[in-house]
Design a protein. Structure first.
Length: 150
């Protein structure tokens, strides 16, 4: 295994509330106080109504895989011993799409439309990663039961 440190997101002032709630294992996103639009990526103004009023609203953490890729090349040394790995875009029930990883399932079993739910990985005192796993009750890694659509 490589001894390189894991690449982690920077906790900037705009993203600090997101990371603070993630450390508490809560998924919260910005919601416009003017029009109610839930947004990601975060911004100081609502992209729909341009209101500056923002609150950090708890969201369900449920969604579906909108897109994904399986990486067979390590773009950072930390990933070298973890090949292949997936990078996914999950569309939450509330609308925003989050870049993430799908865990608890073999890469070859990930599908567009797969229902997923948030899971939190405490990496450091400052950073907890929000990842997604197949919704409970769905087949997961090592589960060879037949599934619809296969």
């Amino acid at each position: 295994m490589t001894n390189q440190p894991r690449p982690l997101p920077r906790v900037t002032p705009l993203y600090e509330p997101y990371h603070r709630y993630a450390r508490q294992h809560e998924l919260r996103l910005q919601r416009c106080q003017g029009c109610g639009h839930v947004r990601y990526p975060f911004a100081t103004l609502c992209p729909l109504c341009h209101s500056e009023g923002t609150e950090w609203a708890r969201v369900s953490g449920r969604g579906a895989v909108a897109s994904f890729a399986i990486c067979h090349q390590a773009f950072h040394p930390w990933f070298q011993d973890r090949l292949p790995y997936n990078v996914a875009l999950v569309e939450l029930e509330e609308g925003p799409r989050l870049p993430t990883n799908i865990v608890g399932v073999r890469n070859e079993d990930i599908r567009i439309g797969m229902e997923v739910e948030a899971e939190f990985e405490d990496v450091t005192e400052e950073v907890t990663l929000v990842q997604f796993r197949p919704k409970k009750g769905r087949a997961s890694a090592g589960d060879d039961r037949p599934r619809a659509g296969r």
